[in-house]
Structures are given as structure tokens and as C-alpha cells.
Write a protein that binds this ligand. Structure first.
Ligand code: G3I
Length: 393
């Protein structure tokens, strides 16, 4: 495969057996853990590799991709240098009501990270979408001076959370997903009703004030497939506005949920490589760093046969990271979970054939898949990062 170039035809050819990537971990392979680890490979290039992990109950997945599952924790500890809590630092998790901050689950995750000498990213200070705000925020009584009350709600939250974790967290997703992919405009919430677009400015300024040396990230699911054009344009417009207004945003988090909810094998799922490159050039042209914050692949429409499916996913993985990691501004790569059976995608629309999904670098038996080898190969092929781009790394 040529670096950063993938067509649907090539992906399917790869699935038919023409892959240039070692199928480490495929059925019958040596069960010994792959070496060097993804973090060791990343570190050799001046990067970090990490994953989401959970500390609390996982709802419909009770055994969960959590620190309490020894097999899962072992995979994460072995492969990663960096963690991000899948849910535990969200406002919904930390704030059961307006008066309470409950850090217990997040603190368990911080302790796990410390025990294994892992860095932690914060996710997130404000998920600016009515659906993901706590119900008490959506129902909040903002009183007779609503703008003042809304600003206070935000600054109290950001200040308290940032100071609780302090300098142990050197990179925060400050605002998550505020751009509506359908329109490219800011989402309307109860907060914008009183503060307008200033919601975003207030949160970034409060984070900078609490943690002056922390990397402050805007995180969103602007992906490289067709269908993301309006979303990408909207995010660039927001970032330009923030830079113009002196709002302290340091980096753009590329969630990297490849495929989103779309059918990757159809025209709507075609990677737009030239447009993706332009998008990354425009973001970095503003002086922003980049991170891949939530990588996984929606394999809903890929072939049923596990080996063929894994081959297609590995080809997508390699092509995506070959292009994206060619930007030295990307220093952190995180998977949104390492093991198939705990992926959040298991809760989405099932595959038409009813087969279990395979969205992660490791399979349901904690064995590495071709996707893991593709990530390793892309990291090995990436240009070395000569020096950190920002003081927080
Ligand atoms: O823990 C409760 C459980 O007590 C309760 O019984 C159950 C009932 O539904 O819910 C459980 O909480 C669920 C939680 O995951 C833990 O499993 C929530 O309902 C569910 O909404 C939540 O989903 C998370 C989602 O964000 C919303 O917060 C996913 O795990 C998580 O993977 C997903 O992550 C997001 C990123 O934060 C932002 N980018 C997209 C990414 C994928 O959607």
C-alpha cells in the first residue's frame, strides 16, 4: 500500500489477501504479546500511544472495559503510555446535581494510571450538546441575571475540576463536539441561550486560568470520509474565530472514529484524502497542534469473515494513520478502547448479519489483530517528532 492512499477497491483487494501488513495475532498466531509495545514505538518517534479505559460500571457491559478487568487492564498497561477516561470525567459523571462534585470514579482511574506510570488526558470539561449535558443543567433556573448565572455555573465547574486533578493532567478536552455536523454552526443549548458563542470562550479562559501550562484541546468527530465536509468547515470556522478572539485553544482533537455511523464500503464512506490533508493543513496553519483522540473503526458493513474483515480494517487504519501522522503536529494517538468486546460501538446499530463487531486493535479474546499491526507499522513509518510542539508534553 502506498502511504496515505486507499481506495475502496484497494481495501477490498487487501481483504482478498493482497495485504502488505503482517497478520500478527490472527487465528493460530503466537499468543505472546507483541513487542515492542505501541507506546514504545510511539516514544521512539517522540509520540505517545494511549487508550480510553473506564473505572465505573459500564451499563449494559457489566464486566466492562474497566480497570477492574485484569485481562483488559493488562492489555492497556502493556500497550499504552497514556489513558483517557471513557466517561468518568464528564460533567454527567462528576456532577449528579448542582451542588455536588463526585470524583470517586475518576480518582480510581487516576490511581490506576499512577500505579502503572501512565499519563492521563482529561475528557472533557464541557460536552456542549443538550443530549450530553446533565439534566439539571438543561433544567437550571438561571434567575434574573441569567448570563451571570450561566457564566458562574461554567467557571465553577471548570475551575473545580481542573484544580482537583491539577498538573497531573497536562492535556484537557476543554470543549467537546460543539459544532453541529449538519449545519457547521454552533449547537444551541440552554447555555448559548444566555451566553451565545461566548460559552466556548468562557470555558477555555477558565481552563487556562486554572492550569496555565495545560494543553487545551477542542475535540470533535470531524472525520476524513465523504459526508464530513460541512462539519470540517464548521470546525475550522470556529477555530479561526477562537484564534482571532485570543481564546486559548492549543490543539484540535481529531476523534478518528473511522466510519462514524456510515457504511464505509459505500460512496458515503469514501476517504477524502486531499480534503483531509487540506483540513489538517488549515488547522496546523493556525498554529494548532493535533491529536488523534478516539480511534476505532465502525466495521458494520465490512465482510462477515473475521480474517477478511480484519484485513479491510487494517488497510483503513494504515491509510488513515499514514496520512494523519505525516503531520508532525500529531504527538498523541489514542484508541477508544483496545478490545472489541468492550467497544461503545457494540451498543450501536448491529451488523445486518448479526455478527459481533471488531472495531479495536485487540479481539474478543484479548489477542492482537491486524489493526494493531497496522497502527504499529504506521507509527514506524511516521516522521520522528524532533521536539515537543508545546510546553505541556
Ligand atoms: O453507568 C450507567 C449505568 O449505571 C446505567 O445503568 C446505564 C443505563 O443506560 O447507563 C450507564 O451509563 C452509560 C455509560 O456510557 C457507561 O456505559 C450511558 O448510558 C451511556 O450513554 C454512556 O455512553 C458513553 C457515551 O460517550 C456518552 O457519554 C460511551 O460509553 C462512550 O464511549 C462515549 O464516548 C464518546 C466520547 O465521550 C466523545 N466522542 C464520541 C464517543 C463515542 O460516542
Amino acid at each position: 500500500m502506498t502511504g496515505g492512499t486507499l481506495s475502496r477497491r484497494q481495501a477490498l483487494a487487501g481483504a482478498a489477501g493482497g495485504l502488505g501488513i503482517a497478520l500478527a495475532g490472527a487465528a493460530g498466531a503466537d499468543p505472546a504479546p507483541p513487542s515492542p509495545s505501541l507506546q514504545a514505538l510511539a516514544r521512539s518517534k517522540g509520540m505517545r500511544f494511549g487508550s480510553a479505559i473506564a473505572a465505573g460500571p459500564q451499563g449494559s457491559r457489566p464486566e466492562g472495559g474497566t480497570i477492574d478487568n485484569p485481562a483488559y487492564a493488562a492489555v492497556v498497561a502493556r500497550e499504552c503510555g497514556l489513558l483517557v477516561p471513557e466517561n468518568e470525567m464528564k460533567m454527567q459523571a462528576l456532577r449528579p446535581d448542582p451542588a455536588t462534585f463526585d470524583f470517586r470514579r475518576a480518582d480510581r482511574l487516576m490511581a490506576f494510571a499512577a500505579d502503572h506510570a501512565l499519563d492521563v488526558r482529561g475528557h472533557n470539561l464541557l460536552w456542549h450538546n443538550t443530549r450530553w449535558l446533565p439534566a439539571w443543567v438543561n433544567d437550571f433556573d438561571f434567575g434574573s441575571r441569567p448570563a451571570t448565572a450561566a457564566e458562574k455555573l461554567l467557571t465553577t465547574h471548570v475551575d473545580t475540576v481542573c484544580r482537583h486533578f491539577g498538573t497531573r493532567i497536562k492535556s484537557w478536552d476543554v470543549v467537546n463536539e460543539t459544532i453541529d455536523p449538519a449545519t457547521g454552526a454552533m449547537r444551541d443549548t440552554v447555555l448559548t441561550r444566555h451566553l451565545g458563542d461566548r460559552v466556548i470562550d468562557i470555558v477555555f479562559h477558565a481552563a487556562r486560568q486554572a492550569l496555565p501550562d495545560c494543553q487545551l484541546v477542542y475535540n470533535d468527530y470531524v472525520e476524513w470520509e465523504a459526508g464530513n465536509e460541512t462539519h470540517r468547515a464548521g470546525v475550522l470556522k470556529l477555530l479561526e474565530r477562537l484564534r482571532r478572539d485570543g481564546v486559548p485553544v492549543d490543539a484540535l482533537g481529531l476523534q478518528s472514529h473511522i466510519g462514524g455511523d456510515s457504511d464505509l464500503t459505500g460512496p458515503a464512506g469514501a476517504p477524502q484524502e486531499a480534503a483531509w490533508r487540506r483540513f489538517l493543513e488549515e488547522a496546523t496553519g493556525m498554529g494548532l497542534d493535533l491529536l488523534c483522540t478516539e480511534f476505532d473503526i465502525n466495521d458494520r458493513a465490512f465482510p462477515g469473515d473475521p480474517a477478511r474483515r480484519d484485513a479491510v480494517s487494517a488497510d483503513y487504519t494504515r491509510a488513515y494513520f499514514d496520512l494523519t501522522l505525516s503531520f508532525p503536529q500529531v504527538q498523541d494517538v489514542l484508541a477508544w478502547g483496545m478490545v472489541d468486546r468492550f467497544s461503545w460501538l457494540n451498543g450501536r446499530a448491529p451488523r445486518p448479519d448479526g455478527l459481533p463487531r471488531r472495531p479495536c486493535p485487540y479481539d474478543r479474546d484479548d489477542q492482537p489483530k491486524p489493526m494493531r499491526a497496522a497502527i504499529a507499522a504506521a507509527i514506524q513509518a511516521a516522521p520522528p517528532r524532533s521536539a515537543p510542539h508545546a510546553p505541556h508534553i
